[in-house]
Design a protein around this ligand. Structure first.
Ligand code: FAD
Length: 276
């Protein structure tokens, strides 16, 4: 019987594991190896690690966690989470494991607008968040490829950073090509737009079929509804990182720092519930 099983080895899950390890709570972390920022080589806006390769961040985190005997990390896929009396069971590789608490940190999956060539640049010169990727295009033109009302907000955010901000509807872009140094957007009227980078708005869904099966309450955004400590509507089940949206926030906060903070708070709540 584990004190906690964490599903996800991104920043949210890794921080939860570190906190539980330091409190000597028997913890299993499962990691299927698919990270939201898997194509990113330089993550930004994380204090003391601005610009670090996210894979390196995960490697350092695993090394730190290895110092705590209570934590086991398994590179494996969780397929089912079920409440069973006072415990929760998690199915992995055909085994059924039991825990007092389960922390869901399985992240979200992005679907990009269907524009030829876009995916090749995702995480490099194509991104979604100006806080993470924006300064890298400083003083050069950028494109906001977005037809929603949010496009104008994004454009205003980028004004002090970029030399020009071009707002283009996704339907108007037929193809994206380029390199690490810049992009060429072929437009519907046959002309081309040369920019340093482009911002797109992917649609996203929470990862893990077990999330639906648990019947967890969701927010309007689609994220899992939690309290400030990551508690969901099912007792013993916590959600942290990109998949979670606490009630006090207007939407899920997609950032490494927010994921780390969520992981730590949920681990504290798990320890509190174990001693209660
Ligand atoms: C292109 C891009 C660039 C970004 N750049 C930045 C940046 O520069 N700075 C910043 O602060 N944020 C950035 N972000 C956001 C940041 O990557 C996320 O907010 C952060 O990774 C969320 O962490 P997480 O732990 O919730 O999820 P993830 O990092 O996505 O980790 C999810 C984990 O769950 C695991 N998992 C999923 N399903 C299962 C399963 N069934 N069984 C076992 N394991 C499972 C995965 O393998 C993975 O280990 C960027 C996002 C994108 C898309």
């Amino acid at each position: 019987m584990y004190d906690a099983i964490i599903i996800g080895g991104g920043p949210a899950g890794l921080q939860a594991a570190l906190t539980l390890g330091r409190m000597h709570r028997r913890t299993l972390l499962l990691d299927s190896g698919g990270y939201r920022n898997g194509t990113v080589r330089h993550a930004h806006n994380l204090l003391t690690n601005d610009g670090r390769d996210p894979a390196e961040l995960r490697r350092i985190a695993r090394g730190e966690i290895a110092a705590y005997d209570a934590v086991e990390i398994r590179d494996a896929v969780a397929t089912e989470v079920v409440r069973d009396g006072d415990a929760l069971t998690v199915t992995v590789d055909g085994d059924t494991l039991r825990a007092h608490a389960v922390i869901l940190a399985s992240g979200v999956a992005d679907e990009l607008p269907p524009i030829a060539g876009l995916a090749e640049h995702w995480g490099d010169t194509v991104a979604n968040c100006p806080f993470c990727h924006g300064h890298e295009f400083a003083g050069r033109p950028v494109a906001v490829v977005n037809a929603s009302p949010h496009a104008a907000v994004l454009a205003r955010m980028l004004e002090p950073v970029a030399s020009e901000v071009h707002v283009v509807a996704p339907d108007d872009v037929s193809e994206v090509s380029g390199s690490h140094d810049g992009l060429r957007l072929r437009l519907g009227d046959g002309t081309a737009l040369e920019v340093a980078g482009a911002f797109v708005a992917p649609t996203w869904t929470v990862r893990g079929a077990f999330v639906d099966a648990l019947g967890l309450e969701r927010q309007d955004s689609g994220a899992i509804r939690t309290d400030p400590f990551g508690r969901t509507s099912v007792e013993g089940v916590y959600a942290v990182g990109d998949i979670a949206q606490p009630d006090h926030l207007p939407g899920p906060m997609f950032s490494l720092a927010a994921a780390i903070a969520g992981g730590q708070l949920a681990a504290v709540a798990v320890v509190q519930s174990l001693v209660a």
